[in-house]
Write a new protein. Structure first.
Length: 334
């Protein structure tokens, strides 16, 4: 992974036609980069803040930090919109004795609540920009994303009902002794976890736990602020609306399971921000700096946290992964 980042940096530094980008990189303002690092720390802290109340309110903050930052480290290596980190968290929680059905349900709930801020922001920001707030942008770049975000939110809201009906149809035709029956059982398990997870997310929201709301909004907002700060580091002061919307659309590149998100997120962010009217050279330099911070900071924090987490999972005197599950049920970590 380090080699890939080095190659990306060398391309920006040596490739012909990118002289303005190289000039931008060489004239970065250190103060703004330090601020960007601090903002990324706040984004990571927001992730940890919402982790505990969703997965296990009785979990110690120490374990919540170790699990949350370890997930962020894995997410740096394989973004896929956070799915890689959640898969690691599921492994660690299973080692701690949490039942698989609880892990699946709470992982879906966490993903929905963490991602929900993005979709709500697209819907609100798209309408606001379409109404004329900020620089003038085509309705295809404002109203259309807003409508698609609203449709996505509506789809998630109706998932429990649709999944329940699908599960009932699968049970009606299920047989245990043939491959189609096994496939139906697998589909039923997936739809059941999706249904239960969305319902769990709704239950969490109805509890109005400030940690979940602040964590979800903070994780999104501070990460956006990192990108804004890197633009300022290279001498640009773009409209906040353009940075926010370009960020939200460009992050779709993170859905690609590319190690480190190199190419997927980078290309998506640069392309989206340029489409929204930001200068190409400054955007390229800002995104490169943003991605370096986004990759290395969670990775370094998570590497240290994982070592402590692994020792904790092997320590029978520390049954704090989640109190309701007995220490005797925990498996040793190799």
């Amino acid at each position: 992974m380090t080699g890939v980042l080095v190659v990306v940096g060398l391309v920006a530094w040596l490739a012909p036609g990118l002289g303005e980008v190289r000039d931008r990189l060489g004239s970065a303002r250190p103060g703004w980069l330090v601020l960007a690092v601090a903002l990324e720390l706040l984004s990571c802290a927001s992730y940890v803040l919402m982790f505990k109340p969703i997965f296990c309110p009785r979990m110690s903050w120490r374990t919540s930090y170790e699990l949350g930052t370890s997930e962020l480290a894995v997410g740096s290596l394989l973004p896929a919109s956070g799915a890689g980190g959640l898969a690691f968290g599921a492994w660690a929680l299973s080692k701690g004795g949490m039942p698989p059905q609880d892990i699946a349900r709470r992982s879906v709930a966490f993903f929905v609540l963490k991602s929900g801020a993005n979709f709500v922001a697209v819907a609100v920001l798209g309408v606001v920009m379409w109404l004329g707030v900020g620089p003038e942008v085509s309705p295809l770049l404002t109203l259309l994303p807003a409508v698609m975000a609203v449709l996505a939110i509506a789809a998630v809201v109706f998932v429990p009902r649709l999944a329940g009906r699908r599960g009932a149809r699968l049970r009606d035709g299920d047989r245990d002794d043939d491959p189609p029956g096994r496939l139906r059982r697998g589909l039923r398990a997936v739809t059941g976890a999706l249904k239960d997870g969305v319902r769990e997310a709704g239950d969490v929201l109805r509890r109005r736990d400030w940690r979940v709301i602040a964590g979800s909004l903070g994780y999104w907002l501070f990460d956006n602020a990192v990108l804004w700060a890197t633009f300022r580091a290279f001498g640009e002061s773009p409209a906040v609306t353009l940075v926010l919307m370009g960020y939200l659309i460009g992050q779709l590149g993170g859905l690609l399971p590319i190690p480190g998100g190199i190419g997927g997120i980078d290309g998506g962010l640069i392309g989206a921000l340029v489409v929204y009217g930001l200068p190409a050279a400054a955007t390229t330099a800002a995104v490169l700096a943003y991605r370096l911070i986004l990759f290395w900071l969670p990775l370094l924090l998570g590497a240290v946290a994982f070592r402590a987490l692994r020792r904790g999972l092997n320590n029978p005197d520390r049954p704090d992964l989640c109190e309701p599950f007995p220490a005797a049920s925990r498996s040793a970590v190799v």
